[in-house]
Design a protein around this ligand. Sequence first.
Ligand code: HEM
Length: 351
Amino acid sequence: MFEEIEQIEGKDTDISAILTRSIKNIIYILALGERPNDPHAPDVLEEYDNALNDLSRAEVDYLLGYLPFVANIPGRIKTTVQRVKRAKKGADEMMLYGPKRTHIPGQPRGITDLLLDYQKKPGYEFMDEDETHLIGFLTTLFMAAHLTTRSTLTGMFLCLVNYPEVTKKIQQEIDSVLQGQQPRMEHKRKMPYTEAAILDTLRLTSVAPISSFRRASEDLDFEGMTIPKNTMIFINNWHIQHDEKLWEQPWRFNPDHFLDSEGNLLPVEHQIRKNSLPFGIGARACPGEIFARSRVFLFVTSILQRYDLLPPANEKMTPANFKIHDEHIQGLVRQTPPYKCRLVRRKTFYN
Ligand code: HEM
């Protein structure tokens, strides 16, 4: 990543491509257990995720659910469906069929190999009989991990370029805690301000605005309403995380939301922490929370340790306005609007 940043140092740049490339590689390694031989191999994952996300926009999903023949009428929806089908072939090959050809039972390299081992265990025959279970699992994992982490990171850098006073405080914390060392996870608990900035990014951007669905297993009485058995229930994370009754400045990036008056991070059991549910709640909560939060911490601290983040020199700065809804950012996972910024090497960092 830093080799790429060197190339664009000081120039107006959309850094999302650089961040995305690193995230795709990390997720590729998580699933397959090794670095890609071809550096462009993980690109198929991005194309598939973007196409699926486009197809999962509420109005498209709704239309196709009720009028599936619309997928055959020339126009935007047909083009997107065809794009998904094309990308799926490449993604299935990369996620499953490629690793399967070199899989050695009992020697898992990554998550795909683990699934291939499980397929042969008693109780998991359904996975052996029907491979779409494996494909479904891997697709969910890739999409859930890649688009969310990418959007959170690009969203955080958009916030930071718009709130230079926050960036400065994070850099002060980096300098005093790391003392020039490479950031590691054990530094995280000594950096409450950085942690609070990450938590407020997760709240403000709310990249997964709606939770996975649940089904009521029995009639429920909820605040005077009856929710009949079998009703589908979604949690509206977007509303909770921007609710004016819960947040002093719901649309403003403000790490202080998660700090006490002495600058300590509010404990997880504090009501304010409970009011933010970026990773959902309960049995279906996001299994990637620790992984995602650790990646965001490492990306942000290692970049800000080396570089100052500045607005673009030749164009207007995109505001950190996450209230907007347009077709470029909508989908199951909300994306950050495109923007440019500059990374300029810090004079105080000599590594
Ligand atoms: C900042 C990044 C991320 C955010 C904001 C996020 C958020 C969420 C949310 C809100 C849900 C639904 C939870 C619920 O319904 O209660 C979810 C589900 C899920 N996430 Fe994440 N996620 C992120 C990163 C990841 C990563 C890195 C992985 C994998 C390594 C991952 C894997 C999953 C999976 C597999 C599910 C589905 C779980 C199920 O349906 O049982 N996520 N995520």
